[in-house]
Each structure stands twice: as structure tokens, then as C-alpha cells.
Design a protein around this ligand. Structure first.
Ligand code: FES
Length: 432
């Protein structure tokens, strides 16, 4: 097969409305190496929510950007993120998923560390020379960590811009995702952890793809929604006619549609109405309207998606070009009644995740695409041009995916500056 240069992975003809992605981008191990180096090692990555380590001495472990990390709350309640590798000889210091402790002890030679990372104990320490500096042998923090309204992000690039600048226009919509309950939010205990035999960028596309919803998720729309008293036509109609796809710059993007009527009745509905009133009181009617009356799938480049209909926070990372691991959590208001919490959880579990109506369908679709890429010599291009000629692309179009791909394409070529992720050249010129 002929060599394909990174610049050849995208055909982006904005004048004529053609956008194609070379399928090699989904299957080439060299591209994955480039993505690790130029994207995952140089962007902000979501790691955890402060509510998961909400008492001094609590900790959790997970993988972020391909590295094992430990997220802790130290004795003063300050959050930290450390690489989960012992400064002695490399063992994973913490093997537990989560817990609470005064110290973390590496089982290999029993070095111990407090939750601010400081080295506490070294068995038989007298064997070391004066050149052994205890203060340099603590747990190694990630190069950068910032907390945006409870969401802890890390970066392996010490020189990256601050998180708020990185989020840019996506920040406003991230605020809406956090403010929807009118009060503090928390990650509900437990997580959905699963994998797919598919390239990670297929899940980026799928996570903000309104076009596939009705055809792929027929059981949900045609059976489940009527079963719970909802009208699928109203649901899908609003999405089709009034939803929009939005480029938020920096590779961030979103699909947004008017909020569907809630199927809840009785006291759960009254509680939702009270939350709505609180939002108006706190933020004023305009902002409350923007927070409460739309559903959004918000994508933060490169691998975080927040889905407001189910209050899902999802992140994913590729282990191979054709295999990724996915983690997802529910982000709910802290002080909901037990009844409303249960309703939100039923809703959360009904659609996304391994036991939901949607995710198994999506797994079939994405793994099917990956298997289909075996034909890439004869069929080298995927088309992502839907809605390219429209003044305002809808949520059924693909502007939001093109925004991701334009940033991806710039970064894998080592272009670190701003990327123009928009569709329309005339607007770019007018703005200049
Ligand atoms: Fe951790 Fe030796 S590798 S104490």
C-alpha cells in the first residue's frame, strides 16, 4: 500500500462542500503513535470529579491518557493527581480502585507515601548514601492539573495554556452542564467501564451524531419511549427541525436541541419545576432558559463528552488503532430527593452504557465500521460532508465532526497554533 502522509488524511474543500477522511486514520498504528505524542500528551484530559475524593484521605486510581494515575485528597482536603508508579523501581503504588487511607504503601519493598505525595517510610533506610534525597523521592505529580468547577483535568504537557483558555467557547456550555440542577453536582458512586473493538475517533463522531439516532436505536425510539408514555415523533421531530451542530473552536463542538417534555409526573415533576424556579432566581430567566430548555452533547477535545439528556460524563482512550476503553459516570445534583435520584438513575441506565438500549447498538455500528475498513485499499475515504452547504448546519449534519477532524488534522501535523475549525470561508474572511 502506498505511503499516506498526514496531510493527505483529510480532504476539506470548503468552497465546494466536500469533506472526507482517509480510513487509514482509523487503522494505522503509526497514526496512533502520532496521536499519543501530538494529541493526548499535549492537551487537557479529564481525570476525575472532586466529589469522588470528597473527604481528606480519600483516593482513587484510574488511567488517564494511557498512564495509571492516583487522584487523592490530602489531609487538608487538597486534590492531587500523581503518576501511579513507584519512584523506587516502578511498581504501581496503589492497586485499589478507591478508598481512604493515611498513607499509600507500595507492596514491592514497602515504601510509603502520604496523600500529598511525600515519601514517609523506607525500610532499612540506613543502607542509602547521603546522595539519596528523600524529598525528591515522593510520588510524582502529573505535569499540570487544574480543577474547573469540580472537574479535575490533567495535562502531560508542562507548557500547555491554562485550562480556561483551552476550554474557550466550550466553557459556557460546560457551565450549563454543571448548573442544570440549580446546586452542587456530584458523580454518583459506580462507573460504566467497557471497551470496543473500534478506533476511538469513531466514538468521537458517534457521540455527537444526530443522524444515526433513529435508524440505529430503533428499539429505544419505537418501543421503549412509547412504553413510558412518550411520543417518539415529538422527540425526534424537535431534534430534526430545531437542533443545531456547533463548532466551538479548538476542536470542541456540540449538538444542541430543544428539551423534550419530561415523562415525569407527580412529586418528581414538582421537584423539577422547583429546580427550574431556582435556576431563574439564581441566573435570571435568559440564562435559566439556556441552561434548562436545551439538551446538549458537548465534546471537549480530544476525548471527553458530556451528554445532558442522561447527565453522562464519558471519556475514552485507544489501546490499539482498533480498540479503546471507555469510562462513563453519572453527574447528578447532590441534593435531589431519593425519588428524583432514582428516576434520573433509571433514565441514565436506560440509554447509554453496556446495559442500555443505545450503547450495544453503537458498539455494533462502530465495530462494523472498523471491520469495514479492511476494504480501505479499494474504499479509502469516509464522507463527513453532510450539511456543509448550509448556513446553519443542524444536529443531523456533521459540522461538529468536521470541527473535531480539522483540529485533529492540524495537531497530528505538529501545527500547535489556533486552527480554523469552521465550515464557511466567507465568514472567516468577514471576521478578519
Ligand atoms: Fe515500590 Fe520498591 S518498587 S517500594
Amino acid at each position: 500500500m502506498e505511503k499516506v502522509e498526514p496531510r493527505d488524511f483529510i480532504v476539506d474543500d470548503r468552497e465546494n462542500g466536500t469533506f472526507r477522511v482517509n480510513r487509514r486514520a482509523f487503522a494505522d498504528p503509526e497514526i496512533l503513535e502520532t496521536e499519543r505524542r501530538e494529541i493526548f500528551d499535549r492537551t487537557w484530559l479529564y481525570a476525575a470529579h472532586v466529589s469522588e475524593i470528597n473527604t481528606p484521605g480519600s483516593f482513587l486510581t484510574r488511567k488517564v491518557g494511557g498512564r495509571p494515575v492516583i487522584v487523592t485528597s490530602d489531609a487538608l482536603g487538597k486534590p492531587h493527581v500523581f503518576l501511579n508508579s513507584c519512584p523506587h523501581r516502578g511498581n504501581l503504588v496503589c492497586l485499589e480502585k478507591s478508598g481512604s487511607a493515611r498513607a499509600l504503601t507500595c507492596f514491592y519493598h514497602a515504601w510509603s507515601f502520604d496523600l500529598s505525595g511525600k515519601l514517609l517510610g523506607v525500610p532499612d533506610a540506613e543502607a542509602y548514601t547521603p546522595a539519596f534525597k528523600r524529598e525528591e523521592m515522593g510520588l510524582r505529580p502529573v505535569p499540570r492539573m487544574e480543577n474547573y468547577r469540580g472537574m479535575i483535568f490533567v495535562s502531560y504537557d508542562p507548557d500547555i495554556v491554562n485550562l480556561e483558555s483551552y476550554l474557550g467557547d466550550a466553557r459556557e456550555y460546560l457551565d450549563y452542564m454543571i448548573d442544570f440542577g440549580g446546586e452542587e453536582v456530584e458523580i454518583v458512586q459506580g462507573a460504566q467501564a467497557y471497551s470496543m473493538k473500534a478506533n476511538w475517533k469513531l466514538l468521537v463522531e458517534n457521540s455527537m451524531d444526530g443522524y444515526h439516532a433513529l435508524s440505529t436505536h430503533q428499539r429505544y425510539f419505537r418501543q421503549y419511549l412509547p412504553d413510558i408514555g412518550m411520543d417518539p415523533a415529538a422527540w425526534v421531530g424537535a431534534n430534526r427541525t430545531m437542533g443545531r451542530g456547533v463548532n466551538l473552536g479548538g476542536g470542541h463542538a456540540m449538538v444542541e436541541s430543544p428539551q423534550r417534555p419530561t415523562p415525569l409526573t407527580g412529586s418528581a415533576k414538582a421537584e423539577l419545576d422547583a429546580i427550574r424556579a431556582r435556576l431563574v432566581e439564581k441566573h435570571g430567566p435568559d440564562r435559566a432558559h439556556r441552561i434548562a430548555d436545551y439538551t446538549r452533547n458537548l465534546f471537549i477535545f480530544p476525548n471527553l463528552i458530556l451528554i445532558s439528556l442522561w447527565h453522562t460524563v464519558r471519556t475514552f482512550y485507544p489501546l490499539r488503532p482498533d480498540y479503546m476503553e471507555i469510562d462513563a459516570w453519572a453527574l447528578f445534583p447532590k441534593n435531589d430527593s431519593q425519588q428524583l435520584r432514582q428516576k434520573r438513575m433509571d433514565n441514565f441506565l436506560s440509554f447509554l452504557g453496556p446495559g442500555g438500549f443505545a450503547t450495544p447498538d453503537d458498539v455494533s455500528g462502530l465495530e462494523g465500521c472498523q471491520r469495514g475498513f479492511a476494504t480501505m485499499r479499494e474504499l479509502p475515504w469516509s464522507d463527513i460532508s453532510r450539511g456543509m452547504g448550509r448556513e446553519e448546519p443542524s444536529s443531523q449534519d456533521e459540522l461538529q465532526m468536521r470541527a473535531f477532524w480539522r483540529r485533529w488534522n492540524a495537531l497530528i501535523q505538529g501545527k500547535r497554533g489556533p486552527t480554523d475549525c469552521a465550515d464557511r470561508p466567507e465568514r472567516r474572511l468577514a471576521a478578519e
